[in-house]
Design a protein. Structure first.
Length: 61
């Protein structure tokens, strides 16, 4: 399972509580969250400066 397939699989099966995720699906989704967190942190810094609450980050997570 590649990166795009893993992310798609997570969002398709988000409310499906049966079965298990594969190891690659799990780690690719965590990589996706790390990349998204870095992007959201950069966006917060560029838009709001040194904001304590980081509103975009709060909405995303």
């Amino acid at each position: 399972m590649n990166f795009v397939q893993a992310i798609r699989s997570v969002f398709v099966n988000y409310f499906n509580f049966s079965g298990r995720a594969s190891r690659s699906e799990y780690w690719f989704f965590h990589l996706f969250l790390l990349i998204a967190d870095i992007a959201v942190d950069i966006a917060d810094t560029l838009i709001f400066g040194d904001a304590e609450l980081a509103p975009i980050n709060l909405i995303f997570f």
